[in-house]
Design a protein around this ligand. Structure first.
Ligand SMILES: [Zn+2]
Length: 311
């Protein structure tokens, strides 16, 4: 019985102990779970607060960033606009410089051309102005014998002037007009000798009227010639009665030649055979305007010096 009791009580005790353990476990577990839950809630609340803070910080940072980006964008735009303006200013300045450089180089080339052109070539020589006795042309070239009226003396002209005269005589020939060079370059000494000879033959007064030093000094330039045509008996007087003279009046300007002393000029006696090279541009201007070289003022004439040898 005791054993039965003991057995029962062992069952009971076991059951009780089991119940107690279960109850204790439940109690403990509930408490633990509550504590754990509480702890988790606290942590979640903390995290939530932190998240809020991060959110606030993030939004304020984003606003700052956005503001910075806008400012940077504006600054870039300003810089770009400034750059565009600067570029336009620089481009304009460059354009101006280029224009100045071009003007300067054109002026330099004109000056170079002028510095290489003999200033005397377009001077007026008259009773008042005459060529220096020491003047001699830069480059003289002999005129081929077939172009000379008399081959007893070798005639000379400035290189480039002969080129123009050569063409004139050849073209005239094609139009059945024969022209010969009767006289060309004469040095100062040759001129003096000629003048003395005339004075002896004609007397000083008469010689001065047709052979003054200053008048003939155009021959000293090496740009001036006396022309003759067949049928005059070897004398240049009467050249203006020939068709050759008419041909010269109509065409000489196209080769750069002008009649220095036309009829009724106040600078020297009428010399229809005496032609001076002044360049095609000036000769053409004079022809078209119906003007004479010696009637122009020297300043106007000088503006044509740069074009003197232009073809
Ligand atoms: Zn002459």
């Amino acid at each position: 019985m005791i054993n039965k009791l003991r057995k029962l009580s062992i069952w009971q005790i076991g059951t009780i102990i089991t119940l107690v353990v279960v109850v204790l476990f439940l109690i403990f577990n509930t408490k633990y779970t509550n504590d754990h839950f509480n702890s988790l809630s606290t942590r979640i609340a903390d995290l939530s607060t932190q998240l809020d803070n991060i959110g606030i910080k993030l939004s304020s940072t984003t606003a700052d960033l956005s503001k910075n980006i806008t400012q940077t964008h504006d600054s870039l735009n300003d810089a770009l606009n400034q750059q565009k303006q600067n570029s336009a200013v620089i481009a304009q300045q460059l354009g101006n410089y280029q224009q100045q450089v071009s003007t300067v180089s054109s002026t330099v080339s004109t000056l170079q051309k002028l510095s290489n052109t003999d200033q005397q070539l377009l001077e007026k020589y008259s009773k008042v102005f005459f060529l220096n006795e020491y003047y001699a042309p830069a480059k003289l070239t002999p005129i081929p014998g077939t172009y000379e009226y008399s081959e007893t003396k070798q005639l000379m002209l400035q290189n480039d002037v002969w080129t123009h005269l050569n063409k004139l005589i050849d073209d005239a020939k094609k139009e059945n007009t024969t022209l010969y060079v009767y006289s060309a370059y004469r040095s100062f000494n040759e001129q003096s000798a000629l003048k003395k000879e005339y004075k002896i033959i004609y007397g000083a007064g008469t010689a001065n009227s047709f052979s003054a030093d200053q008048g003939y000094s155009e021959h000293q330039l090496g740009t001036t010639i006396d022309l003759i045509t067949p049928g005059l008996g070897g004398v240049i007087d009467g050249f203006d009665t020939t068709p050759a003279y008419q041909w010269m009046l109509n065409n000489a300007y196209r080769y750069g030649f002008i009649l220095s002393y036309p009829k009724n000029n106040t600078f020297y006696v009428y010399e229809p055979w005496h032609w001076r090279f002044v360049g095609i541009k000036l000769a053409t201007y004079l022809h078209n305007q119906g003007k004479n070289f010696y009637d122009l003022d020297q300043r106007t004439i000088d503006t044509y010096l740069v074009n003197f040898f232009d073809p």
